[in-house]
Design a protein around this ligand. Sequence first.
Ligand code: A2P
Length: 299
Amino acid sequence: MTFHAFKSGMEWYNCPAISIVDLKWTDQRMNAPAKNEEFAAKIPDGVYAETVISVEHYTDRLFRFRMTRPAGFRFRSGEFAMIGLMVGEKPVYRAYSIASPAWDEELEFFSIKVPDGPLTSHLQAIKPGDTVLMRKKPTGTLVLDALTPGKRLYMFSTGTGIAPFASLIRDPETYEKFEEVILTHTCRDVAELKYGFDLVEEIKNHEFLSELVGDKLKHYATVTREDYPFTGRITDLIENGKMFADLGVPAFDPEIDRGMICGSSAMLKDTKELLEKAGLNEGANNKPAEFVIERAFVG
Ligand code: A2P
């Protein structure tokens, strides 16, 4: 199978290797209750109303869900969209990185649960068959097009900041453009790392991705509030050189290394400073450079 065939939606739909998990999702979708007419009447104009296919809770703070993808909805791996729910009579939206890759027939999101968050306090209760709203236009800077060519791509994430990278590490284009891809994920405790471990496992076991990715992807997971073989904030591990030693790679080189950062505002600022100190410049869609950043959205 050629690379382009792999990327085309049709090829994917025709893919004979449907896993048990996929079958379960399909089954849930077929059994999904018909949309409540009263609810449907309230859905604002100009937004997609999609059906939840599956929900997985990792901890009391983190969960992921998958939902149907509107037929005409296009996005680039790494972008985010505005996701919402009707809360009473009004829609409430928050920005969410799309965690599934651009070729996927479904959409995946990885979310924090904020107990009194205007959206997440409701979103955390969704079940298969429920309706989730999505505004029509995706956007974002964590896209391959915003980086100049390089050899090694770092993806630095904390918490739910791993979501856009969950999309990018499942996109064959990432491995076409880079020889080595290093995903760093730092969370408070080990249970919060599970989404990342599951992702890498999924890629390893995936019929086509496993071959394409080979040993190009390195996953560097650390925690800050629990004992674990790898501990510490990624910023500290860069500064003291431990990240490079653990990964067996040289220090940052602006000729070779590219970066993408997604986490809290403080994490973005601190990581950005370290990349700039190493001589990398921040880029954007209209001005590609050596690294790009995006806030991990919560609420
Ligand atoms: P720490 O436990 O030392 O605060 P959160 O769940 O609060 O979003 O944090 C996710 C991870 O990001 C935690 O491991 C946290 O470490 C880490 N973190 C918080 N602030 C920064 C920062 N400024 N730079 C790097 N990592 C950070």
